[in-house]
Design a binder for this molecule. Structure first.
Ligand code: 13P
Length: 226
């Protein structure tokens, strides 16, 4: 089975990194690069956006619609990343509307879900995820889901293999046929054991995606795990 690598640069990157990605992954069929909006056109075929406005057009200074993304060839868009939820106060309802807007423009939304540290410690992970999925999923089935525990993002900490496996089993049971990603402190060191987990179709990589040799290693491990 194909294993996906989705690189979320967040508010980082440069023209130099765009060039490095084009050289390294220009022909990849399983790597999606999500740079800041301004680099999307330059990065080429496997471009994903990190965010989108929920309306098709209008007087919303500074915003970018799914229609505009689709016109330049963007095929994927992260929706509801925890940083969008935390810093930009995106609600489950808004995330659902954004996911629907992506689908209307033939962009596959990658819907991000995950529990906080307090929820994790309280044993609430599955309950939180089920609630987020009930509220965030778009109306039609063409979407992906990324499980990103908030406490694993940028911390160097990850759930155990068993914990990821349990979550992805639940996700697979409720969402057959949906591409399921794991994200949160994925690195070249832990990628192979994550790719080997049942029902993990790929990884969503933040920090390590900014280091071209690290992301190449993760990409090579994805291809070995196919
Ligand atoms: P890190 O890989 O830096 O933990 O970030 C994960 C993430 O938020 C990807 O969307």
């Amino acid at each position: 089975m194909k294993k996906w690598v989705v690189a979320n640069w967040k508010m980082n990157g440069s023209k130099e990194l765009v060039g490095a990605y084009k050289n390294a992954f220009g022909n990849a069929d399983n790597l999606i690069a999500c740079p800041p909006f301004v680099y999307l056109n330059a990065i080429g075929t496997n471009a994903g956006a990190q965010n989108v406005h929920h309306l098709p057009k209008g007087a919303y200074t500074g915003e970018v619609s799914a229609q505009i993304l689709a016109e330049i060839g963007v095929k994927y868009c992260l929706v509801g990343h925890s940083e969008r939820r935390q810093y930009f106060h995106e609600s489950d309802d808004l995330i659902k509307i954004k996911a629907n807007a992506c689908q209307e423009s033939n962009i596959t939304p990658i819907i991000c879900v995950g529990e906080s540290l307090a929820e994790y410690l309280d044993g609430q992970t599955i309950k939180v995820l089920v609630r987020q999925l009930q509220n965030c999923l778009p109306d039609s089935p063409q979407f992906w889901v990324a499980y990103e525990p908030l406490w694993a993002i940028g911390t160097g900490q990850t759930p155990t293999v068993e914990e990821i496996s349990n979550v992805h089993y639940m996700l697979r049971e409720s969402l057959p046929g949906v591409v399921l990603l794991y994200g949160g402190s994925v690195s070249a060191l832990n990628a192979s054991e994550i790719f080997a987990i049942n029902n993990v179709d790929g990884v969503l990589v933040g920090g390590a995606s900014l280091d071209i040799s690290a992301i190449k290693n993760i990409y090579n491990l994805a291809n070995k795990a196919r």
